[in-house]
Design a protein around this ligand. Structure first.
Ligand SMILES: C[S@@+](CC[C@H](N)C(=O)[O-])C[C@H]1O[C@@H](n2cnc3c(N)ncnc32)[C@H](O)[C@@H]1O
Length: 437
């Protein structure tokens, strides 16, 4: 297929987006996509459709998919379904654990057996001990709930295979999300109203329901991939900072980078760290695919502070560097400087500077042919829209990428608790496809 055909096919998606991209609820997140409700997940079939078109076109016979902000592994799952080698990076140990759980499912780990081990251990556990201790545990878990979470923790710890155990921790994390005293309507840690606490009896029932649904999802996924005729795809999950993650490529690979970066710094957009904190405090440190998990769960802000834009230290230098590269960022700063919102500007500068470092690192790790697919949202800061989509275009173009098409998708507002500090909602996302030849 020629480049012109590739562009035409992508532009057809732009003018006539498939109905499936508008699905919401469980239809939108089939098989492994729905194991854990992670913030700001991508639309799986949309990314899959774009990958399929690029696969038809790529110049090299072999390729590797890369997602430097892999989150819960939406792109990874779409890559695995297509038998494609994959590298994913995320700074969040819970995200990396969930991805490793999905890899274990793909690799054929005995998940039904692990579920039986957990359920039978639960039946015989009559202890009332609370097995973890951390600051604020009594605020987020009533004693009776903590006893039940401890039973679940002991039961899961009995599963011998690490991959299968990580699947159980994923089910556990979803149970923590639903049953702790933190509201489910926001990703921030925010105490529920007193009449709204989940009854302690619900903990084990919710886990049981989640477990059964997860087993169905595992079966659905395994039916979908069937028996592989070729060898299993090679998957690498790196739990670390995308600005310096060690990436290795085969000289003959075509790189397909598909990702959705955060909308801005975690504190004023989505606090992935706060979202993950409670589950992380319950899961044994050794089960995280990260040597840094203990430090990153030290307090509710630790992970958010090391994520992109997590500190305003050095914001001025970052701002100067990016203004020289991106005319849209430069225009934003000039407009924003008319307001007195200095801290808001520094936060945006720090985030954009860190993000530019990720793009530079990704390109300097791979000089061959590539397609990059970036899904971004434009947040508000200092009372102004931050044109992140246009800034991305400037930055990638400077690195030698050529924008081919931009697809716009309306976000289903009801499920987007993405209020930023100014209270404005992010209502659309833009997916831009770039080509490096
Ligand atoms: C929009 S989410 C990705 C969601 C993912 N596409 C999905 O469907 O689940 C952005 C991710 O970037 C991660 N992140 C933030 N700063 C990072 C950094 N410096 N290095 C790597 N990942 C980072 C966050 O932890 C979060 O998981």
């Amino acid at each position: 297929m020629t480049k012109t055909t590739l562009r035409r096919r992508l532009r057809t998606l732009e003018t006539r987006p498939p109905n499936a991209w508008r699905e919401t609820g469980s239809n939108a997140r089939p098989n492994l996509h729905g194991l854990l409700r992670y913030p700001a997940m991508m639309v799986p079939c949309m990314q899959g459709d774009i990958i399929d078109i690029i696969l038809d076109h790529k110049s090299q016979p072999s390729c590797r998919i890369l997602d430097p902000f892999v989150g819960s592994g939406t792109v990874m799952t779409e890559a695995l379904i297509r038998d494609l080698d994959f590298t994913g990076v995320d700074i969040n140990p819970l995200a990396a654990l969930v991805c490793e759980a999905k890899v274990a499912i793909d690799a054929g780990a005995d998940i039904e057996g692990a579920a039986q081990t957990v359920l039978s251990a639960l039946r015989s556990d009559i202890y009332d001990a609370i097995d973890v201790e951390f600051p604020g545990i009594n605020k987020w878990f009533d004693d009776e709930s903590a006893v039940n979470f401890s039973r679940l923790r002991r039961a899961i710890s009995q599963v011998e295979d690490k991959g299968a155990r990580r699947v159980m921790w994923t089910v556990f994390a979803e149970t923590v999300r639903l049953c702790s005293n933190s509201r489910t309507s926001t990703y921030k840690l925010h105490i529920r109203a007193s009449g709204d606490h989940v009854d302690a009896n619900q903990v084990l029932l919710t886990f049981d329901t989640n477990l059964r649904q997860s087993l169905m999802r595992v079966r659905e996924y395994r039916e979908l991939i069937g028996t592989r005729k070729t060898k299993r795809p090679l998957v690498r999950i790196i739990c670390g900072d995308a600005r310096k993650a060690p990436l290795k490529w085969n000289i003959s690979d075509h790189q397909i980078l598909v990702t959705s970066p955060p909308y801005g710094d975690n504190q004023t957009t989505i606090p992935y760290g706060q979202f993950s904190y409670l589950a992380m405090r319950w899961i044994p440190e050794d089960d995280f695919p990260s040597s840094d998990a203990k430090r990153l769960m030290a307090n509710t802000n630790a992970l958010d502070a090391v994520s992109l834009g997590g500190t305003v230290r050095g914001a001025e230098e970052k701002e100067t560097a990016v203004r020289a590269t991106s005319q849209h960022f430069d225009a934003f700063v000039r407009e924003a400087e008319r307001t007195d919102r200095k801290l808001a500007i520094r936060k945006v500068s720090s985030f954009i500077g860190d993000f530019a470092d990720v793009l530079n690192h990704m390109r300097s790790s791979w000089a061959g042919t590539a397609h990059w697919v970036l899904t971004t949202g434009n947040r508000t800061a200092a009372g102004l829209t931050v044109p992140f989509d246009a800034i991305c275009k400037d930055l990638v173009t400077k690195l030698g990428g050529k924008p081919i098409t931009s697809l716009h998708r309306q976000l289903p507002n009801k499920r987007m608790p993405l209020r930023n500090s100014q209270g404005a909602m992010i209502t659309t996302e833009t997916t831009t496809v770039f080509e490096f030849s």
